[in-house]
Write a protein that binds this ligand. Structure first.
Ligand code: SF4
Length: 367
């Protein structure tokens, strides 16, 4: 059974609060297209984000990261749970209210080539949202667009040009300007630098850091690049098969991961810090289908530390020293270590090292 009690992060009133978010997609078969099942892309995820904070979201491909981001913005409709932005229930609004809410929440996608209409000038691309949201006169709109371009380091004459005239990094700046022009408070950044050359990635990441500081923005930063996530995020959530398995501040999570999946994921991150160097852990098998998730702990078919209870009982959330972790073994390790998460993390790493054959300890979990 999933523990559906509100977590600490969803109590009180953070700027953004998500409680038991669920997004299932129906599976239809036959001539009558009868619903025969559901892909449980997101299944009971709860978290909060404070104003001005960046929450990083990591996990293997297909774990549901992107669906979380899209569900918050209602680009896909959640099937359960509650999403609140600044006290407004995002799932309950419609019509004009929904439009007003969408202006406050914007998204930047991974692909700067596919996300900009090649037949529109940059002016057309940026102005579209301003017209939809009825923001300003024609001259005020031009001013807003020029300001947004300037903020992203693009020349004002970019307005007259087409996306194909720009490099990948410049296109992503235009995509960011398109989001900024609406003066949002919250941005979902969905792999915003993954498609860029490494040399350009750092520039765009630094731009995002500056914008957050200067404009007081709040981010949900989705990425498979664990180093970039650590650099940009205040807190990080680790997702596996539609659920969060561990959440902590970036510093605590990277220094002392508790969940065996987090340990496997982070074993791939190279580090110059000897304290953080870990043997690489390869996980057996593939991620199970989200249409038929395993019982109990969803990670149990691949977990080197799985016990019989793991396949039967969904591990409840344990909150300790800023970590929120769902794992029977981690809970026991934390208990035995008297709440010392660094000691518990070392103990779990040692247990995994005993279980994973040395020949396998050469490749890491792929994200
Ligand atoms: Fe592994 Fe069990 Fe922990 Fe799940 S609950 S991560 S199967 S040890």
């Amino acid at each position: 059974m999933t523990d559906h009690r509100p977590t600490e992060s969803t109590m009180g009133d953070p700027f953004f609060s998500v409680d038991r978010l669920q997004t299932h997609f129906p599976i239809r078969r036959g001539v009558l297209r009868r619903v025969v099942g559901a892909v449980q892309a997101v299944d009971g995820v709860s978290f909060g984000i404070e104003r001005g904070e960046t929450l990083g979201l990591v996990g293997e491909s297909g774990c549901g990261k992107t669906t979380v981001g899209r569900s918050l913005l209602r680009l896909v409709e959640p099937t359960g749970g509650q999403v609140r932005l600044g006290g407004v229930d995002v799932r309950q609004v419609s019509g004009r209210q929904l439009r007003a809410l969408r202006r406050r929440m914007q998204v930047v996608f991974q692909d700067p080539y596919g996300s900009l209409n090649p037949r529109m000038t940059v002016r057309g691309i940026l102005e579209e949202g301003l017209i939809v949201h009825r923001m300003g006169s024609a001259s005020e709109r031009v001013e807003r667009m020029q300001r947004a371009l300037e903020r992203t380091g693009m020349p004002a004459d970019a307005l007259r040009r087409y996306p194909h005239e720009f490099s990948g990094g410049q296109r992503q700046r235009i995509a960011i300007a398109r989001a900024l022009v609406l003066e949002p408070e919250f941005l979902v950044l969905d792999e915003p630098v993954s498609a860029l050359d490494v040399s350009i990635q750092a520039q765009v990441v630094n731009l995002l850091v500056d914008l957050r500081k200067d404009l007081g923005l709040t981010y949900l930063f989705i990425s498979h690049d664990l180093s970039v996530v650590e650099y940009l995020s205040d807190r990080v959530a680790v997702m596996y098969l539609g659920r969060f398995v561990e959440t902590a501040t970036a510093a605590k999570l990277y220094a002392a991961p508790l969940h065996p999946y987090t340990q496997a994921l982070f074993s791939a991150v190279p580090s110059v810090d000897p304290e953080r160097r870990r043997s690489r852990i390869i996980l057996a098998g593939d991620v199970p289908s989200p249409s038929r998730p395993p019982s109990g702990c969803r990670f149990h078919p691949r977990c080197p530390l799985a016990e019989s209870v793991c396949g039967e009982v969904d591990p409840p959330e344990v909150a300790v020293d800023g970590h929120r972790v769902h794992c029977h073994v981690a809970a026991r390790a934390v208990d035995q270590a008297g709440g010392d998460t660094a000691a518990a993390s070392r103990q779990i790493a040692e247990l995994i090292a005993k279980q994973v054959p040395p020949a396998q300890a050469t490749a890491a979990a792929s994200v």
